[in-house]
Design a protein around this ligand. Sequence first.
Ligand code: BEZ
Length: 211
Amino acid sequence: MTVRLGDIAPNFDAPTTQGDINFHEWLGDSWGVLFSHPRDFTPVCTTELGYVAKIKPEFDKRNVKVIGLSVDSVESHLKWEGDIGETQGTPVNFPMIGDTDKTVANLYDMIHPNANDTQTVRSVFVIGPDKKVKLQITYPASTGRNFEEILRVIDSLQLTAQYKVATPANWTAGGDVIIGAAVTDDEAKQLFPQGWTTVKPYLRVLPQPGK
Ligand code: BEZ
């Protein structure tokens, strides 16, 4: 199955290291990050899960629930968690799905057979409180993810859900933003009475609203 931006994130029931869940019920009104890794007891994955555990307060601050996944079993995940806590400095503090029958992997197209026909690639899905997919990124097995980038995109998604703005290249929270292309100057005067800089008629820049 192909999951595209704007689609409702496919729902599923699954066993996790923190008990059985129904995905949509588990998400509740929160934002969500669903991310897969290829295999338990592998080096890059160990660093990734340790890092996510370390920065979980950053996800919590943004009202984002995080959940990991691989085709290994919950029992395997639980054994591996001991190594992650020991070597990465933070115990795993979010659930991991044991997707042994590949139900979730197939729903989210996480197995790319020309890369590896049994393991999940490094997929990331960001899901909004409306259960719609807001971001998907796919990394190869040999490249550990930059989770600061995931947080950065979440900051942009949450800002642009609240204000009719877009964020420019390499934007980080607090930086200048761009008035959305669909917003007329007359509408912009109502929305942004503090004003903006017109670089080109289609490129109108202003300080991040609500800062
Ligand atoms: C790793 O996590 O180190 C890894 C997993 C699968 C393939 C390559 C690397």
